[in-house]
Design a protein around this ligand. Structure first.
Ligand SMILES: Cc1cc2nc3c(=O)[nH]c(=O)nc-3n(C[C@H](O)[C@H](O)[C@H](O)COP(=O)(O)OP(=O)(O)OC[C@H]3O[C@@H](n4cnc5c(N)ncnc54)[C@H](O)[C@@H]3O)c2cc1C
Length: 546
């Protein structure tokens, strides 16, 4: 047994989180000869796909593209059963990756990291877990996920409720049986939209409480065919290369012409074609849908018309049709029969846009003076995105600077990967990078490669610490804002803007410049001697690149 006051064990790199980011980090760092320790709050790997087990949870990017590309053997041997895989299969894939590359032995499960403090005298991070375990490391990498802290809505009276409650982002591991039950679903973002059709199949009755209608596109999901799978696998290496330089990390045809440059008939044909194909490619129908209000309106109105043609009750159809913000400026939802579900006799829609929920009662809830009773309430109320999970850890950089304090008015990073005053602390898909605006598998792999290459660079050059200069960070924050404001994105009160969290600063957090353009910037930064970063060697000399 270790002596009580002995120094904590030390490794080269601590990784927090064992989702797709943490798994690939561990694999890569291990291969590069670094000692690592991974801490994961859950009991198993998979991150998002471990926690979000709600009925209907599914990928909104095609699985042939939402999967790792780092191993040719892995991508050739793994087979998906559907075009857009469901959560259990994606979780199985994460487990397969962990086993195939023997990753579990370095992961400590059920171990939440509480704090990470930088010791400037030693140039090391001291990381402490909920189990009071301590470990020091030269590098600390937050692979904690962008949408991993469920936003539990604070409804008055919630504690009085005697029925069952669930949050889609923290769903029980055992099957929940809703047969014969009356349930409420609060929230119609991506998770609600995926869950509602499946819940309606099982429950006696479902009442959907909608504050904001969301644009949703049909997935047109179907079983994977050998032919379709082969069309990817035969040329995977080349297709993946191409995918990395696309605007969103998805290979689909972006039609590079403006929407209003063609006739209304031609537009209708194009939209119809893309609707029939399914998935988020609809937004690529024209190159200005996210840039030009009028162009956007043509796509938005097409979707509204589709809703009107699907939903039989015209009042319900109008409530479901989003009108107050441009299409695509909140993460587009991809559904399997969402709008059709409102034609069922056992599904009701309650509009809470004007009168929000007054309170939860012992048996249900009250809104607009009317009482409802339920056996279960499902909260599909989303996440404290991008910063929420980081803030749950007490992260202190140089001179005790707290991350939460530094980011009080909104996150500040250089490239979304590091923040000044926090040497050797990296974030995977952090704010200021394309992250949630992209196929995240592509963004995760790019960040992991870039971060691990930087660590190798430091080892080769015998450098102790790395951090961005304040100027580089300020310039990047300005650039991220400038690019965001050239688009229609800031027009929506979205979680990209922190608008779903009371009191959170309204800053557009991800980088909208595009996955390919962002990758080139990261490559240029390295080619120019890590432009904007400063390094310290053991002789404490500062090697700044501006
Ligand atoms: C319902 C849902 C559907 C999604 N669908 C898609 C999709 O179709 N396409 C797409 O591109 N993206 C999608 N995403 C985004 C998804 O989060 C990413 O694709 C990807 O899974 C993120 O992986 P990650 O490893 O970076 O983070 P996560 O998967 O979130 O993993 C982070 C891990 O860190 C752990 N952790 C956090 N804090 C601590 C701590 N303090 N101590 C210890 N452990 C900690 C968490 O327990 C978690 O396991 C979806 C997200 C959700 C919520």
């Amino acid at each position: 047994m270790a002596a009580k006051n002995s120094a904590p064990p030390t490794v080269d790199v601590v990784i927090v989180g064992a989702g797709f980011s943490g798994l690939y980090l561990l694999h890569r760092l291990r291969r590069l000869g670094f000692s690592t320790r991974v801490f994961e709050a859950g009991t198993d790997v998979g991150g998002t796909w471990y926690w979000n087990r709600y009925p209907g949870a599914r990928c909104d990017v095609e699985s042939m593209q939402y999967s790792y590309s780092f191993s040719e053997d892995l991508q050739q041997e793994w087979g998906w059963s559907e075009k857009f895989s469901a959560q259990p299969e994606i979780l199985e894939y994460a487990g397969h990756v962990a086993d195939r590359f023997d990753l579990r032995r370095d992961i400590e499960f059920e171990t939440t990291v509480n704090s990470a403090h930088f010791d400037a005298a030693q140039n090391r991070w001291l990381v402490e877990t909920v189990k009071a375990e301590k470990v020091t490391a030269q590098f600390c990498i937050m692979a904690t996920g962008c949408i991993s802290t469920a936003q539990t809505a604070e409804f008055m009276g919630l504690a009085d409720y005697k029925g069952e409650t669930y949050h889609t982002g923290n769903w029980p591991h055992e099957r929940v049986d809703f047969t014969g039950k009356r349930i409420a679903v609060i929230g119609t973002g991506s998770s609600g939209i995926q869950a509602i059709p499946v819940l309606a199949e099982e429950a006696d009755h479902v009442t959907v409480f909608q504050r904001t209608p969301n644009y949703s596109l049909p997935s047109q999901n179907e079983p994977m065919t050998e032919r379709y799978s082969r069309s990817w696998k035969d040329d995977y290496a080349e297709l993946r290369k191409e995918q990395r330089y696309t605007p969103k990390g998805n290979l689909r045809e972006l039609n590079d012409e403006p929407a209003l440059s063609v006739t209304a008939e031609a537009r209708a044909r194009m939209f119809e074609e893309r609707w029939a194909i399914g998935g988020p490619g609809f937004l690529g129908s024209y190159n200005d849908i996210i840039l030009d209000k009028d162009a956007n309106e043509t796509a938005a109105e097409f979707v509204r018309e589709k809703i009107r043609s699907i939903v039989r009750n015209p009042e319900v159809a109008e409530l479901l049709a989003a009108k107050n913000y441009p299409i695509g400026t909140k993460r587009i939802c991809i559904d399997s029969g969402y709008f059709e579900t409102f034609n069922r006799d056992n599904v009701a829609l309650v509009d809470i846009s004007k009168n929000s929920i007054d309170r939860i009662t012992e048996r249900g809830l009250i809104t607009d003076g009317k009482s409802y009773e339920f056996d279960a309430i499902v909260f599909a109320t989303g996440f404290d995105a991008m910063t929420g999970t980081l803030f749950k850890v007490d992260i202190q950089g140089r001179e005790g600077t707290r991350l939460r304090q530094k980011w009080d008015a909104g996150p500040r990073t250089y490239l979304g990967v590091m923040t000044a005053a926090f040497p050797n602390l990296f974030m995977i898909t952090g704010p200021g990078s394309p992250s949630v605006l992209s196929n995240m598998m592509v963004s995760i792999e790019q960040h992991v490669d870039w971060v691990t290459d930087s660590i190798v660079h430091m080892r080769d050059q015998k450098l102790e610490t790395m951090e961005p200069t304040l100027k580089a960070e300020d310039d990047w924050v300005e650039h991220v804002n400038m690019v965001a404001h050239k688009t229609l994105f800031p027009l929506a009160a979205s979680w990209y803007m922190g608008a779903n969290i009371p009191g959170k600063p309204r800053i557009f957090m991800p980088y909208i410049g595009g996955v390919g353009a962002y990758r080139r910037i990261c490559e240029d930064v390295v080619a120019e001697g890590y432009k904007g970063f400063q390094f310290k060697s053991d002789e404490t000399q500062v090697v700044a690149a501006e």
